[in-house]
Design a protein around this ligand. Structure first.
Ligand code: GDP
Ligand code: IMO
Ligand code: MG
Length: 421
């Protein structure tokens, strides 16, 4: 058996899409197992630049099959649009994308409630993507969800939808929103089902057959380990488990089948939405601007900061990461000096990430080590020895602090801008 999990080790947007696109050519299947279209994974290869939200990033290799597991929540309109745009780019999707019939559906009221809850929480809001993620996972766990499989039974989807609209319209009205109409939503979702039906299957036999035939699986996590509802900075987290172990339930893979866990980590750190970012550069300096990015899903600004070894040590060890895929090293080429956070102090005393809650984490003082930058364009480097000695030293310092080997170094968004050590 060969099952590799790719995992973001920070607060998302580490470059998982890039890593999967680089590695997937050696696999038979790629799969998503958590989250929904709150994810935005960027792939840059010879076919173009793609920002994908639901389809696994292995879709660009014609022989690789792509599974959207039961653990993923699906906004059908987004998925249809994504499949269409892939088709328009000349990518074959039929008999290559398989959507689990067990996957839960994001309904219009999930998106409305996401917005209303956020609004009600004011300054304490999570800063969600407003894609309905929290509410759809709450409904899944509260036995109120709607799934593709509900369409298989005459009248079932309609009945469930009616019940949910009765409930949700009361909540929406209480929060000052407008009631939703059954007929409109029902016909809309019947249309989505008709369009996606050729892709919807029970994925269990596919996964089992693949495992027994020794096929290779690459499982692509969405979000990052630090957005996990249990181990992240709750309540500034996402609605589904983001740990490597989520791949077992979210796709239907036995835990023992997982053979490798790869952590993707940025050479610095970013975060979009609310919640602590301990190494954030909060001023208006050119350095702060240089580490900020524009979010792939919502277009919001990703806050930026220096590499946080305390956080990445925690997330990689929590998940049992075997090797790291370090991304965006090229972004650091512009600095004379680079800082690395080696630990935290709280009230003057050394603490670990796990000692604190999300609110205390806002108050910690990061302990920095400053290293000299290399100030050289590294985007054309393809071998480790092509990197300037100071860049190599930066990699080795991170490796030592995090205590996980760095096996790949990415020096640009493109597939080929990658160094394998
Ligand atoms: P994901 O959600 O983890 O897949 O990451 P995103 O796609 O949301 O964000 C990562 C961003 O960094 C995207 O714009 C990528 O194209 C880009 N990127 C990935 N790796 C590199 C790299 O090594 N260098 C540079 N400059 N950009 C990169
Ligand atoms: P990828 O897969 C970065 C963040 C949101 C918000 C919090 C909760 O591209 O790395 P949600 O809509 O999930 O209820 O929002 O989680 N968030 C992400 N941040 N990358 C992501 O995905 C994210 N998915 C959710 O910004 O702070
Ligand atoms: Mg992203």
């Amino acid at each position: 058996m060969s099952v590799t999990v790719i995992l973001g080790t920070q607060w998302g947007d580490e470059g998982k899409g890039k890593a999967v696109d680089y590695l997937a050519g050696n696999f038979d299947y790629t799969a998503r197992f958590n989250g929904g279209n709150n994810a935005g994974h960027t792939v840059v290869n010879e076919l173009g630049t793609f920002k994908i939200h639901l389809v696994p990033s292995g879709i660009f290799y014609p022989r690789v099959r792509c599974l959207i597991g039961n653990g993923v929540v699906i906004d059908p309109a987004v998925l249809i649009e994504e499949i269409e745009s892939l088709c328009n780019a000349g990518i074959k999707t039929e008999k290559r994308i398989f959507i689990s019939a067990r996957a839960h559906l994001i309904m219009p009221y999930h998106k409305i409630l996401d917005g209303l809850y956020e609004q009600a929480k004011g300054a304490g809001a999570t800063g969600t993507t407003r894609r309905g993620i929290g509410p759809v996972f709450a409904d899944k766990m509260g036995y109120n969800g709607l799934r593709w499989s509900d369409f298989a039974e005459e009248g079932l989807f309609a009945n469930k939808l009616r019940t949910q609209l009765d409930l949700k319209n009361k909540i929406i009205a209480a929060l000052g929103g407008d009631a939703l109409d059954f007929e409109k939503i029902y016909s809309e979702y019947c249309g989505y089902y008709a369009t996606l039906k050729p892709y919807i299957v029970e994925t269990y036999p596919i996964v089992q057959k693949g495992l027994h035939a020794k096929k290779k699986f690459l499982l692509e996590q969405a979000q990052g380990a630090m957005l996990d509802p249990d181990w992240g900075t709750y309540p500034f987290v996402t609605g589904s488990t983001t740990l490597a172990s989520a791949a077992t339930a979210g796709l239907g893979v036995p835990p023992r089948a997982i053979t490798q866990i790869i952590g993707v980590t940025k050479a610095y750190i970013t975060r979009v939405g609310g919640g602590a970012l301990p190494t954030e550069i909060k001023d208006e300096s050119p350095t702060a601007k240089a580490l900020q990015e524009v979010a792939a899903t919502t277009g919001r600004i990703r806050r930026g900061g220096w590499f946080d070894a305390e956080v990445v040590h925690f997330s990689t060890h929590l998940n049992g990461v075997d090797a790291l895929f370090l991304t965006k090293l090229d972004v650091l080429s512009q600095f004379d000096e680079i800082k690395i956070c080696t630990g935290y102090k709280f009230n003057g005393k050394p603490v670990h990430y796990y000692d604190l809650n999300a609110y205390q984490l806002e108050q910690i003082e990061p302990v920095f080590r400053t290293v000299r930058g290399w100030r050289e364009d590294i985007t054309q480097a393809r071998k480790y020895s092509d990197l300037p000695p100071r860049a190599q030293r930066y990699i080795e310092t991170i490796e030592k602090l995090v205590d996980v080997p760095i096996k790949w170094v990415s020096v640009g968004p493109e597939r080929e801008a990658t160094i394998k050590r």
